[in-house]
Design a protein around this ligand. Structure first.
Ligand SMILES: Cc1cc2nc3c(=O)[nH]c(=O)nc-3n(C[C@H](O)[C@H](O)[C@H](O)COP(=O)(O)OP(=O)(O)OC[C@H]3O[C@@H](n4cnc5c(N)ncnc54)[C@H](O)[C@@H]3O)c2cc1C
Length: 608
């Protein structure tokens, strides 16, 4: 064989083996767990990984984390923030869907909202849009008042701080942590983000550190991004410690837990003694000496509880699942933020203002060289957090998020519209795009969201088969108040249109793509906006509350304030599902906080 052929052969073999090597190198999972652990965590997601890390700080504690999804790395789409949308509808997404909505999602296919959730080590933190927003003080104080003793703002603030390693300057250590695992920073934003802030100033709003001071105002976003890399619960809480703790922290991927196992405990109460999971079609049973901690998220946790016999008795009977504990609240109290995107056509965007102006080459170069530029952020640039006339507390109940990137339009057009929107809407968008020459991309979006929704939904089992996605009924916009708050959001966008900053770039809300402006509903009337809100409502990806914390007297409470499931022993829930109500914020920060607080309580209870 000639030397040249030899070289080609070596290169081919290396290229063939490289993916295997990378997978092996980055893998943090094992294939064969032991038969017994002190703690078993179901779900290596946002909260679950914090708990896995903190419990194994104690050298004599052995923990198993079971995750239905696979390893998170190496994956270009996960680590480069701008590619976040492409993780949706991939194998790393559970790809849940809501039931058809009666009063919302009317221009979405089947009137259904797609509900992405992370199915991968790192959970939803691996596919989210990275905003780090904690929510108003009043929200947490209301948790305490509702029966979640020990969860007031003053109680949870130390845990927000404990999880965080704030990398941004000019922050106050009264509110931010500097030596936690979770890096947060202000990533890249284009000039358009600054224009939004200036427009807010013209309207009399300040920009503050919304995780420290008053939330109300116009702000650039703190995000779980550092040096252009997405920070997930796996990259922050698992990877740095796994080598050193490999003997006492075992993580198994592709392990779908189908049931919690109970045995007779003290006083006739049932005690969680382990779980059964399925991996590559093989069932495995593992024992927990101390506790099982369910961190499957707002969908996965109530589903697993019900599959294991913990839930509303009647529903379990209907599903022919033997009842272990009749807890009416499991799957109930579902809250989610909703948004509606407003397209803004900016006729006078000059070069260098929008992220859309960046060439592919310049963008890639900037990212590779300095970890900054459009690839290093997840799309949203700036936000307005405002109180509507309905706001009951000092916390904002309207969130406007500005997205300026080319990919937003491209992605919405290519991915979501075709799959999620009815054809008539897609056709209208295309037509509108042709009229306005979207190739120049002189558009941006403002997502108008309601932070304190009053509509409440539920999650139920579809069947007793663990592989069947549950019934998800958020009842979006079933309460008129939510619509009214969103109409006020549109009124705020109208005010922005009138500012000097928006006028200079010729920014105007585009309303023609919707079929809402007929003779009876003149554009910009309340009726018009209501039509728009009900037509293209979508999830803001923040479901919470389906296994809520509450006092023993609250029949709808699923866990007590120490996150122990009522009526059984040895079982806790710790994730978004335990929130008694939805924070006035995107929800990941609160999930990290819940993970930290849960771990501390477990350590206290077991003297670890
Ligand atoms: C597309 C998207 C964008 C978002 N954007 C933002 C944002 O910008 N800012 C923000 O603050 N929040 C955002 N969120 C919300 C935020 O990410 C979530 O609220 C948070 O990550 C939820 O954490 P969790 O621990 O409750 O659940 P998850 O992180 O979802 O973890 C649950 C884990 O349990 C696993 N699991 C479930 N059931 C089982 C089972 N039976 N067996 C084994 N494993 C199981 C899942 O696979 C998953 O890994 C977004 C969410 C999504 C999906």
């Amino acid at each position: 064989m000639s030397a040249m052929l030899k070289h080609v052969a070596i290169i081919c073999v290396c290229a063939y083996l490289l993916p295997y090597f990378l997978r092996w190198y980055y893998s943090i999972t094992i294939d064969q767990p032991d038969e017994e652990y002190d703690f078993i965590i179901v779900g290596a997601g946002t909260a679950g990984n914090v708990i896995a890390n903190r419990l194994t700080e104690s050298p004599n504690t052995k923990v198993l984390a079971l995750e239905a999804g696979d390893n998170d790395a190496p994956n270009f789409f996960i680590s480069v923030p701008l590619f976040a949308p492409f993780l949706q509808r991939s194998k790393r997404d559970w790809q849940f869907r809501t039931e058809p909505q009666k009063k919302a999602c009317l221009l979405l296919k089947d009137n259904v909202s797609l509900w992405p959730r992370g199915k991968v080590i790192g959970g939803s933190s691996t596919m989210n849009y990275l905003w780090y927003v904690r929510g108003g003080k009043d929200g947490y104080d209301s948790w305490e008042k509702s029966g979640a003793t020990g969860w007031s703002y003053k109680d949870v603030l130390p845990y927000f701080k404990k999880s965080e390693q704030a990398m941004h300057k000019n922050m106050t250590e009264d509110f931010h942590g500097t030596d936690g695992y979770l890096k947060t920073s202000y990533p890249y934003n284009s000039e358009l983000g600054n224009i939004m802030l200036k427009a807010g100033e013209e309207l009399g709003y300040k920009h503050t550190d919304y995780n420290a001071d008053d939330m109300v105002g116009f702000h650039l976003a703190q995000q779980t991004v550092y040096n252009g890399q997405r920070i997930t619960s796996a990259s922050s809480f698992l990877r740095p410690i796994i080598k050193e703790r490999r003997k006492r922290l075992h993580i198994v991927g592709r392990a779908h837990v189908r049931q919690i196992v109970f045995e007779a405990g003290e006083d006739g109460r049932k005690r969680a003694s382990g779980v059964i999971y399925v991996r590559d079609d093989v069932e495995v049973k593992v024992r927990a000496r101390k506790e099982v901690i369910v961190s499957g998220g707002a969908v996965g946790s109530p589903q697993l509880l019900m599959l294991s016999g913990i839930g509303p008795k009647q529903h379990l009977n209907d599903m022919e699942i033997p009842v272990v504990a009749d807890l009416k609240g499991v799957g109930q109290n579902l809250k989610d933020h909703v948004y509606v995107p407003a397209t803004i056509h900016a006729s006078n965007l000059t070069d260098g203002i929008s992220v859309n102006d960046n060439t592919l080459f310049k963008t890639a170069f900037e990212y590779l060289l300095r970890g900054t530029g459009p690839l290093g952020y997840a799309g949203p640039e700036a936000q307005a957090l405002i109180r509507s006339s309905h706001a009951k507390t000092n916390s904002p109940d309207i969130q406007l998020i500005l997205l300026s990137a080319e990919w937003t339009m491209a992605n919405i057009e290519a991915n979501q519209n075709n799959l999620n929107y009815k054809q008539e809407y897609v056709d209208r968008l295309r037509q509108w795009g042709e009229e306005h020459d979207t190739k120049t991309l002189s558009n941006f979006l403002i997502f108008n969201g309601v932070l304190d929704p009053t509509s409440v939904g539920y999650i139920k089992l579809r069947s007793s088969n663990y592989l069947d996605h549950p019934v998800i009924q958020p009842n979006y916009l079933s309460n008129q108040k939510d619509v009214e708050i969103m109409i006020e959001g549109f009124r705020l966008i109208e005010k922005l249109e009138k500012t000097k900053s928006f006028k200079e770039i010729g920014a105007k809300m585009e309303l023609s793509a919707l079929n809402c402006g007929d003779e009876t509903q003149s554009p910009r009337s309340d009726k018009f906006y209501e039509c728009m809100v009900r037509a293209i409502t979508g999830t803001s990806f923040h479901p919470v509350g389906t296994a809520k914390i509450g006092a023993p007297s609250d029949v709808m409470a699923v866990v007590d304030p120490r996150l122990r499931v009522y009526k059984v022993d040895g079982l806790r829930v710790a994730d978004a599902s335990v929130m008694p109500s939805i924070p006035s914020a995107n929800t990941q920060a609160a999930c990290y906080m819940i993970g930290e607080k849960a771990a501390d309580m477990i350590k206290e209870d077991w003297n670890l």
